[in-house]
Design a binder for this molecule. Structure first.
Ligand code: GDP
Length: 195
């Protein structure tokens, strides 16, 4: 799936802008600064692929990338950005809800969690949305290189406990470091296995 070309297709701001639901897709969600762009770039083996989603004005867009012709990779806007105006947050939540509930070809959501911080209240909101939409989601820990092994285990057990309360959670947690390359091949294989 990742052997072929990976290209930016379009940024979507409303449901009617979504590309035709003609192939499987996976989406990536996470708090701003969780390392989502870096992880997507590592996954796809491209340096500047997801950077577009970080440029101002693009941040509230759902960004579609093509994995060859076989699948879509969807980069959801980062959430929990403290300075985002309420109206922007509400608009984004409405689009997210519509997207999660209405996208029949969505195979799985990957929710990125900073290994230093674990699951926060703002993450819980997304996890509940995913439960409500019955979209299977999988936690992906980012920046694992920044945390000592002992602390990592503590965070992982916090995450496991939190996930147990969510019916849509996939139990296996993926630990990654885009910096060191840890977990990237694993995540690629998971995506290739479901999309
Ligand atoms: P986004 O807002 O979620 O797209 O986050 P970015 O991908 O822009 O990453 C935010 C910051 O975290 C940047 O300074 C990255 O260099 C850094 N970062 C991302 N992934 C890793 C990682 O695996 N390890 C380390 N040490 N830093 C990372």
């Amino acid at each position: 799936l990742f052997a072929g070309p990976v290209d930016f297709l379009k940024g979507v701001v409303a449901m009617d802008g979504l590309p035709p639901a003609d192939r499987p897709e996976v989406c990536f969600a996470g708090r701003s600064n969780v390392g989502k762009s870096t992880l997507i770039n590592a996954l796809t083996g491209r340096k500047a692929l997801a950077r577009a989603s970080n440029t101002p004005g693009r941040t509230q867009e759902v960004n579609y990338f093509t994995l060859g012709e076989a699948a879509y990779l969807v980069d959801l806007p980062g959430y929990g950005y403290a300075e985002a105006p309420v109206a922007v947050v509400q608009k984004w939540q409405a689009l997210l809800k519509q997207y999660l509930q209405g996208r029949a070809t969505l195979r799985r959501a990957f929710v990125l969690i900073d290994t230093r911080h674990g699951i926060k209240a703002v993450d819980e909101e997304i996890l509940s949305l995913l439960d409500g939409a019955a979209v299977t989601f999988q936690a992906v820990m980012t920046k694992a290189d920044k945390v000592k092994a002992a602390d990592r285990d503590k965070v992982l057990s916090q995450v496991r406990t939190a996930l147990a309360k969510h019916p849509a959670a996939y139990p296996e947690i993926v630990l990654t470091s885009a910096e060191k390359g840890d977990g990237i091949a694993t995540l690629r294989a998971i995506v290739a296995g479901i999309a």
